[in-house]
Design a protein. Structure first.
Length: 269
């Protein structure tokens, strides 16, 4: 259902984007805002949120605690994307604000299952699980900031207003970036294990180091978003340097695993 909805949103988003690129005269509202809502929240965001409902339990070696909650999450997220797209396209501000609120509700549903998986984990969590886990609150944080901006200054402020930098940091560096890096840490390790005939073990969890890396990532992204939102210039550079250090560490781990995958690859035509 998540992927079918994402495919539909992608088709609609591409259509809206093509009209924007051709200079189509759309006088009803913000067609670019509708395009961004369909592609980013609908296709890209929906694919990640949907996948996490099965992927995160596998990372934590648990089962989804609230499987029925996924239906509510899917309904809220899908309805939110449609409300956003229609609200922006036709200049219906109340509908666009309702769309942001429904996306927030969907993020809460995802976060409830993610938190339950973390609580249910019986053994030490891997670095991948910790990184993906700490990434998820940033989705809700970004949506809340965007919603507040839409309520205070109008829906257009969520995309182009003063809060855009903070929302971008929370979404890109926080949610998407950490989710992708954590996922790569796990998936590349699985590839190495499979190609080695299951002789290679998965990376050993190092609770102190892994928890420290995850905590520093949260601190860096939170501090950078606060510096951008509140104009705290003195906090900007230290937060950025800390974020670069954390990303450098995680990127090096991913590169190391990727190198092992390439080394085990069998040439084929």
């Amino acid at each position: 259902a998540w992927y079918c909805a994402g495919a539909l949103f992608l088709g609609l988003g591409v259509t809206a984007g093509s009209l924007c690129a051709d200079g189509f005269a759309w006088s009803h509202g913000d067609l670019l805002g509708a395009h961004m809502s369909l592609n980013l929240a609908g296709w890209f965001g929906g694919a990640i949120v949907g996948t996490l409902h099965t992927f995160f339990p596998s990372l934590t070696q648990t089962r989804l605690r609230y499987p029925r909650l996924q239906g509510l999450t899917f309904a809220a997220w899908t309805a939110g994307v449609l409300a956003l797209a229609i609200g922006y396209a036709w200049g219906l501000d109340p509908l666009a604000i309702a769309g942001w609120l429904m996306l927030c509700l969907g993020a809460v549903g995802l976060l409830a299952n993610v938190a339950a998986c973390l609580r249910d984990a019986s053994g030490p969590l891997s670095l991948a699980a910790r990184v993906v886990g700490v990434a998820q609150p940033f989705l809700l944080a970004a949506l809340l900031v965007a919603t507040i901006s839409a309520v205070v200054g109008g829906p257009g402020q969520s995309l182009t207003g003063a809060s855009r930098a903070a929302v971008g940091t929370l979404l890109v560096a926080g949610w998407v970036g950490l989710t992708v890096l954590g996922s790569l840490l796990h998936l590349l390790a699985v590839v190495i294990r499979v190609r080695g005939g299951f002789a290679a073990a998965m990376p050993v969890a190092r609770p102190r180091l892994d928890s420290a890396v995850a905590a520093l990532a949260m601190v860096a992204i939170t501090a950078l978003a606060l510096a951008q939102a509140a104009g705290l210039d003195g906090l900007h550079d230290p937060a950025r340097l800390l974020l670069l250090a954390v990303y450098g560490f995680l990127g090096a781990r991913v590169a190391q695993l990727a190198g092992r995958v390439v080394a085990r690859a069998r040439p084929s035509i």
